[in-house]
Design a binder for this molecule. Structure first.
Ligand SMILES: O=C(O)CCC(=O)C(=O)O
Length: 272
């Protein structure tokens, strides 16, 4: 059967995530890593892989992975009529200190209503030693939590809006141990993060973010927001529509504007 089973949909609604879904074969995993190398070759001196954000707007190779039919079937079961609007890489090099602090994606995004989902594509195996993503099951039901804005120098996290302590228990965390070629899917309200990579192995994930068509972006926070329809019809027409790229590998030169980057004022736009 294409897409998710009924039991998986129920589990996603209840727990806020799904993991270990087999999706890409070994040839595709090799292509995912080769393609990433080609994207990295487009980075300017001094730029990190974090700059590869929304390059599905300029790289047909990446666009095609974000629009993979097997992924879209799964997300259709969760979101109905929906669009793609973001992609980025979370790469942890061997023996590095960078973490991802506990956060809710919805705190970072100027999107209303809050009901988006992320597909996390494992380009390498990911486990507790190389900094697997961790989730707090069921935490998506608690609404938007308080986040503190951290100075870059005060945290090892690559994200700087961190869930304040005392709102959930870290003891409940589940590590998403996942094989290259598998995907996990998470709700935009689930509390998640990841520790440092203490192993000699690289950890690479590609994420793609999707929202139902009734979700509107606040363009005063992110004027660059572009949508690409995945399934169904956009009867709401709330958001700007992107142009499908023709070049296989191309970089995107523009500022990134999540709530983190747009500044404190942008946090006042969020629905609590
Ligand atoms: O890959 C990670 O460790 C974190 C990913 C994440 O925060 C996300 O996909 O929203």
């Amino acid at each position: 059967m294409a897409g998710l089973s009924e039991a998986q949909v129920v589990q996603f609604r209840d727990q806020g995530y799904l993991t270990g879904i087999d999706l890409f074969n070994a040839d595709e995993v090799a292509d995912l890593n080769d393609g990433l190398d080609r994207l990295c070759a487009l980075l300017n001196p001094g730029e990190s892989t974090k700059e590869i954000r929304e390059w599905h707007e300029t790289s047909r190779w990446l666009y095609d992975y974000c629009m993979d039919k097997r992924i879209l079937d799964c997300i259709e079961n969760l979101l109905g009529d929906y669009y793609l609007w973001a992609s980025n890489y979370f790469i942890k090099e061997p023996l590095t200190t960078e973490t991802v602090a506990w956060h809710q994606d919805s705190y970072y995004w100027p999107l209303k209503p809050i009901k988006s989902a992320t597909v996390w594509i494992a380009c390498t195996d990911s486990d507790e030693d190389n900094g697997a993503m961790q989730v707090i099951p069921g935490s998506h039901k608690a609404g938007l939590l308080k986040h503190a804005r951290m100075a870059e120098t005060a945290t090892d996290s690559v994200l700087h809006l961190e869930c304040e302590t005392g709102q959930f228990s870290e003891a409940d965390a589940e590590s998403l141990i996942i094989k290259a070629g598998q995907i996990s899917i998470h709700d935009d309200k689930i509390v998640h993060g990841s520790p440092a990579n203490t192993s000699a192995r690289r950890r690479v994930a590609l994420t793609a973010r999707y929202s139902p068509t009734d979700v509107k972006c606040d363009l005063t926070v992110n004027p660059h927001f572009k949508t690409y329809m995945c399934r169904g019809a956009d009867t709401y027409q709330h958001n700007p529509v992107g142009t499908i790229p023709t070049e296989a590998f191309g970089r995107l030169d523009r500022a990134h504007l999540s709530v983190e980057e747009a500044g404190e004022e942008a946090e006042t736009h969020l629905t609590r």
